[in-house]
Each structure stands twice: as C-alpha cells, then as structure tokens.
Design a protein around this ligand. Structure first.
Ligand code: URA
Length: 190
C-alpha cells in the first residue's frame, strides 16, 4: 500500500496499490463518472476494467447507448479503492478526492456527463435518490460551465441482481439518445 500522491495537496487520507486516473480523449464531449475503483482497477491502474467494466463497455455503452468507449472520458469520483470489501468512501475522502474530479471536468470540458451510481450522482445533486432521478436528463451549470447530466444505475448492480439489468440497459439507451440529441427523454430543470 502507498499513500495517495496528492496527500499533502488535498489531505487525502487513503492508501492503495494504484491511484486510478481517468482515461479518454481530452477534451471530450462525453464523460462517465463512476464511484471508486474495485479490485481489478486497483491492481492495473485503469478505470472500469473488471466485470462491471466489460459490461459497461460492451453491453451498456456499445449495445444499449450505441456509444464507442474510445469516444468517452471515463473516470471515478474517488481515485483509490477504499478497502478490500469496497466500502463506500467517507465524506472526508470524497471531499479530498473530488478536487481531482473537478480539475478533470475543467480539462475535459464535457457536453454530456453520465453519473454512474449513487455516489457520483449525489456529488452533483446532493441527497437525490437514484430511484427518482435515473434515466432523466438534467441541465447543470456552475459559473461558466454548462452541461447535461444523466444519472445512470451502476452496471455492477446487474451482476448481483439480474432483473436490474433491464433498468440499467434502459438508462444507457436514454443516455445515448441524450448524446445524439433525440427528443423523447424527459428534461428536468434543476
Ligand atoms: N466501479 C466503479 O464505480 N468504478 C470503477 O472504476 C470500477 C468499478
């Protein structure tokens, strides 16, 4: 285990094998933000490469959303695996690490963001329940930055709960529609 390289700058309290940085084109129209790296991501140092990563790439992105992952910047809210049981990160860990995410968003300058799972969704929309917001598009703006955000159920959900796969697939189908500017998704202003 090694301490986070941004420990001094950000006060990050975490230790892990690898810090998992975001990957993809810069700048990029489409950005996906997951929660935190799992075992495989920590071992190899790349985001979404485990089982839920292949489901994300080949099933939900390619088949459901009709989006090639090579055209997407993929990252996580937290850049380090929390522990060997993948516990949820604490608020202080999120506060320390999300500074890196804010820098990535500035650099990538996405037009569309998919927040994968509850934690990254709630970073943009505090206290929002996934059941209420998933699959809907939201206008988001902060100072001069503007984009459209869609909360998406996490592909890992479907690995343990097969009926959920239908909902995850439908979220990604709608995400693809949002990116292509198709009109049959509901817009909710924030
Ligand atoms: N789950 C996530 O949220 N992110 C990853 O990088 C891998 C699994």
């Amino acid at each position: 285990m090694r301490p986070c390289p941004d420990h001094d700058r950000l006060g990050c309290p975490m230790e892990r094998v690898n810090r998992v940085n975001g990957e993809g084109p810069v700048p990029c129209r489409i950005m996906l933000i997951g929660e935190a790296p799992g075992k495989n991501e920590d071992a190899k140092g790349h985001p979404f490469i485990g089982k839920s990563g292949s489901e994300l790439t080949y099933l939900y992105l390619a088949k459901c959303a009709n989006i090639d992952r090579r055209n997407v910047y993929v990252t996580d809210l937290i850049k380090c695996r929390t522990n060997d049981r993948d516990r949820d990160p604490s608020q202080s860990e999120i506060d320390a690490c999300s500074g890196i995410l804010a820098e990535e968003i500035t650099k990538v300058n996405p037009r569309f963001i998919g927040t994968i799972g509850r934690l990254s969704t709630q970073w943009f929309m505090p206290d929002m329940k996934m059941e209420k917001v998933h699959g809907f598009g939201y206008k988001y703006s902060i100072s001069l930055f503007e984009c459209l955000i869609m909360p998406l159920y996490h592909p890992a959900y479907g690995l343990h709960n097969t009926p959920m796969m239908r909902w995850i697939a439908e979220d990604f189908r709608r995400f693809g529609q949002m990116v292509r500017g198709n009109g049959d998704i509901m817009w909710r202003a924030r």
